[in-house]
Design a binder for this molecule. Sequence first.
Ligand SMILES: *Cc1c(COP(=O)(O)O)cnc(C)c1O
Length: 448
Amino acid sequence: MDSTITTTNENCEVHDQKVLNWAKDIIENRSSQRLIQKEIIDAVDRNAIWRGQECLNLLAPEAPTSPIVRQLLASEVGTRAAEGHIGPTQRWFSGTKYIDEIESLCVELLKKVFKSNYADHRLVASMIGNMTVYASLTKPGDNILSISQPFGGHSSNRYDGPAGIRGLNIYDVPMDPVELVVDIDKFAKVARQVKPQLVTLGASMTLFPFPLKEISEIVDEWGGKIFFDGAHQLGLIGGGQFQDPLNEGACIMTGSAGKTFSGPQSGIIVWNDPEQTQSISDTIFPALAATHQVNRVAALAASAAEFLAFGKEYMEQIVANAKALAKALHERDITVLGSHKGFTETHQVILDVKRFGGGLEVAQKLEKANIITNKNLIPGDKPEDWDYPSGLRIGTIEITRLGMKEAEMDIIADYIVSVLEGRETVDSIRKRVIEFRSAYQKMHYCYD
Ligand SMILES: *Cc1c(COP(=O)(O)O)cnc(C)c1O
């Protein structure tokens, strides 16, 4: 090995050194670049078989896209540069007449899905959407309220994300640890003291709707605004299965297209007020997006068209499956949050797995049985328990798209409980999971 390559962590690189060393070893020892390239392709193929065909993916922020959307992600247009706004005069480069068609279809379809006056298609991630909101609706030193991580709040709305980068003073939205919703009385008190310019609602862990109308009446007293980070619920909102934030007092909404919406991973942003349009547009371009991946825009437009046709039925089944899976786990003596109020109104089911060793241990054990979930902070954990939280988050997006319904949720609950309680070896459960999953290989709620 080249002596200039550091093998210890002295260089402060954040990544796992063992895994990086595995890669260095391959790069050093293959006899040609072509063989190195083949290692990459092989890893992609291994993932496609394992995650794509043999696993039960219960990750709440993950969705399989339709075959058409996946094909568009590899299309020729993805090699073209198209900075600027749609139309012949506001682009930097010429040659964009068909790209204008793709992008205008995308914008108009997004407006239709989310019943909004404005939408933008250029955000490569929802994180960039949240940065757009803070850059265009706040100034450094402003006060905001957002949800802390143990209640599902996302880093993008806290000190370690865009809200922090913008130099905002961030106060917690008071949450009720039993009801798992905003504690509106405490909120009124804190908000009237702090008088935030912006209240950020929406979370990575969301089981129940937010009291948007009540909050909106309170912040109206000093002209405060509500921003809804709908990263997770975007599809449920578009499909009419969750509250409609823009209609209930939020002035702007962002979301991840690759979560419940089931499009290509990227961000969307929608709003209604013409007075916000200039600052939002100026922030997106030229501040946060230049070449914005037109292949992704084409895929997003295609998924929005698909969503208008199948979204309502698909999102309904996602929520029905989440309720059924939560009930099945609860009946098998697993601690499921929100059990006194029907478990969930979204695609998520949240378990307290402290007695099984905590979220990390349980998620790793389930992975060995080909069941993919994620460790999660839950109320009662501290934000710094991030690596070793007590909870586990489960979502029903992918299993629903593969055609599973309520009856299959009982079978999945049995697999999960078998792993948690060590009723049989993980090897034997993995074999049964692969066999079960083999019958579900086709994407539903899309065109062939
Ligand atoms: C996932 C998530 C984000 C970030 O979304 P990306 O599309 O991955 O950038 C932002 N906010 C919340 C609440 C999220 O759950």
